[in-house]
Design a protein around this ligand. Structure first.
Ligand code: SF4
Length: 262
């Protein structure tokens, strides 16, 4: 059995959430919040995919901006119907509109970055630097006992993973996000035959900030240790309610209702 790297992040939040979601298959009750996150995530990834397909087809930065904004309009027109089957009964238009206005600001920031890079390199090279080589890249390893879907992969020989997070960021990097990104780096090393990937990134989309996760040996060991704990849970070990003790996490957890009943 292989552990999904995203479950490592859930485990860091609360081991019992892994038991409820991944073992018992219980979905969180805060569907609207889930829809908001998935839509923000999905729209960004779709635009990255389309950005990648524009490589080699644009003559200058201004043309790229026009094309990206036009693609975003197209994505926003289709987004509500794409997600309506998954979230029947929830009005998704507001979420789509909020996500698209955030992504529109992302395009502005991307263009500023591109202009800055153009003082050092030509358009083609700059575009390749700011465009992921893979979007939703599936990775799986028998050796590591892990699997996952990496949001974005950048670089060639110096590849690294980027995990998009639409949640409220902390001052640093959530422990679960560190574990997930490190696991992705380990999976990517094996998948691409690279000796080592020294770091990956978590991108907190609300503040448009990419924070580095350094793949230190201790963190790699922790990934494998948490993987084993998740395997125990998937084997039927039941973690206690509120193993963290304070109840603070439970108050913000979408599984509270079911969790306290079981
Ligand atoms: S309600 Fe509390 S104990 Fe239950 S899964 Fe959520 S955080 Fe964990």
């Amino acid at each position: 059995m292989k552990v999904n790297a995203s479950s490592l992040g859930s485990y860091a939040f609360c081991p019992r959430s892994v038991y409820l979601s991944d073992y018992l298959g219980i979905a969180p009750s805060n569907e609207a919040e889930l829809a908001e996150g998935l839509i923000g995530h999905g729209i960004r990834k779709e635009l990255f995919l389309r950005q990648r397909s524009l490589l080699g087809k644009v003559g200058d930065a201004a043309e790229l901006e026009v094309l990206l904004r036009s693609e975003l309009v197209d994505i926003s027109c289709k987004a509500a119907s794409v997600y309506s089957k998954r979230f029947p009964g929830i009005d998704l238009k507001l979420f789509v509109s909020a996500a698209c206005s955030e992504v529109s600001e992302d395009i502005t920031a991307l263009m500023e970055r591109l202009q800055y890079m153009l003082s050092d390199m030509d358009l083609d090279k700059a575009l390749r630097n700011i465009t992921p080589v893979e979007v939703d890249y599936y990775v799986s390893s028998d050796t590591l006992g892990l699997t996952g879907l990496i949001d974005l992969v950048y670089g060639g020989k110096n590849s690294y993973p980027v995990e998009l997070k639409t949640c409220t960021p902390s001052d640093t990097i959530w422990e679960g996000d560190k574990l997930q990104v490190c696991a992705y780096s380990m999976l990517l090393e094996e998948s691409l035959g690279l000796k080592t990937i020294p770091h990956g990134f978590v991108e907190y989309t609300r503040i448009r900030e990419r924070r580095p996760v350094v793949n230190m040996e201790k963190l790699r060991e922790k990934v494998l240790g948490v993987r084993d704990c998740v395997l125990d849970i998937l084997g039927g070990t039941t973690p206690d309610i509120c193993p963290h003790g304070s109840g603070r996490k439970c108050s913000s957890c979408g599984l509270t209702d079911k969790c306290y009943e079981i």
